[in-house]
Design a protein around this ligand. Structure first.
Ligand SMILES: O=C(O)CCC(=O)C(=O)O
Length: 313
């Protein structure tokens, strides 16, 4: 059975490294953060930066893929999808991205958080992708890297700001300390080995195009040359052993390298429907050999970057 340990006090960095990072075990620290200014973020607070431009992912708000960032589709639905893509690329499925990111001012982004209020049949998600440094530098002083992970080398912090959202099951080649700030997030988690047999070749990305207000077009979109190996080749089957963890504001989740995660975000009605989280991403303690054309998930090795640290324990 998959289990996630929970605690109410942040462990010291050496204990966290030994029991979680080196063991590749997730950890939930309830109410880990109490004094970050980010806990009081709201649409009113963000309106100070009304004219700043953001890059955000459009999400549908109706139908089977409502609020989903990605899903699978047969290539036959897409024009220009080659019948037999290159070796090791899954020929049966495309990984469809809800729509290419669009740019909009903070003011408009905030006004579209709640589709029931805006009347627009789309909502928008500021969904990571190194967005703190590029689009939200004005929020960087409102939180800080968590002390428990100080043995690891920080790569960057990403923000996840939107309303309702679902990030499809995938894994990242990073260690992640994820902190919930506003609203709730439900994580469906599975250890690295649970998904290995469900990855059958690289998935090719197909990206739709969004046009305001509320139009998502496959025909104007395209099948790209980008392929990925960190998504399942089918919808998450019931046989995949998972565990659910719900995070409330101030809760922290350590998401180790390679762990599968599907993430459902729910906005806080008292904060204009806003949901916000931050990931502190670290160079991972583990790694896999491979590159952008690898077609199978290799075994996990200790990242040579941490050789000294590994030798010292
Ligand atoms: O919060 C989300 O929607 C996705 C988070 C995620 O995938 C991550 O932190 O790696």
């Amino acid at each position: 059975m998959v289990r996630v340990q929970e605690t109410y006090s942040e462990p010291p960095a050496d204990v966290f490294f030994r029991e979680c990072v080196r063991a590749n075990e997730p950890l939930v620290v309830r109410s880990a953060v109490k004094d970050w200014r980010a806990l009081s973020w709201s649409p009113e607070y963000l309106r100070r930066w009304d004219d700043e431009t953001l890059s955000v992912a459009p999400l549908q708000v109706r139908g089977p893929h409502a609020f989903c960032d990605k899903w699978l589709e047969q290539p036959s639905l897409w024009r220009h999808a080659e019948a037999s893509p290159s070796l090791g690329v899954n020929a049966r499925q495309l990984l469809v991205v809800s729509a290419a990111r669009v740019h909009m001012p903070v003011r408009r982004f905030l006004s579209l958080l709640r589709p029931d209020v805006s009347g627009v049949s789309a909502t928008f998600y500021a969904d990571g992708a190194a967005n703190l440094a590029r689009y939200f530098p004005f929020l960087a002083a409102d939180f800080a890297p968590p002390p428990l992970a100080s043995a690891l080398e920080l790569k960057r912090a990403d923000l996840w700001i939107g309303g309702r959202s679902t990030s499809r099951m995938h894994f990242d080649n990073l260690d992640n300390v994820f902190t919930q700030l506003v609203g709730q997030k439900e994580f469906v988690l599975a250890p690295p080995h649970e998904g290995e047999a469900l990855v059958r070749g690289r998935l090719r990305k197909a990206v739709r195009v969004y046009e305001h207000p509320g139009i998502f077009s496959r025909d104007r979109g395209k099948v790209t040359d980008e392929t990925v190996l960190n998504y399942l080749s089918e919808d998450r089957p019931g046989t995949m052993e998972t565990v659910k963890v719900t995070l409330l504001p101030g809760d922290m989740l350590y998401l180790p390298f390679g762990w599968w995660h599907e993430v459902h975000g729910y906005g806080d009605d008292h904060k204009g429907g806003m949901c916000a989280s931050v990931s502190h991403f670290y160079h991972p303690y583990f790694c896999r050999i491979g590159g952008p054309t690898t077609t199978e998930l290799g075994s996990m090795l200790i990242n040579p970057k941490y050789k000294k640290l590994a030798a010292g324990v």
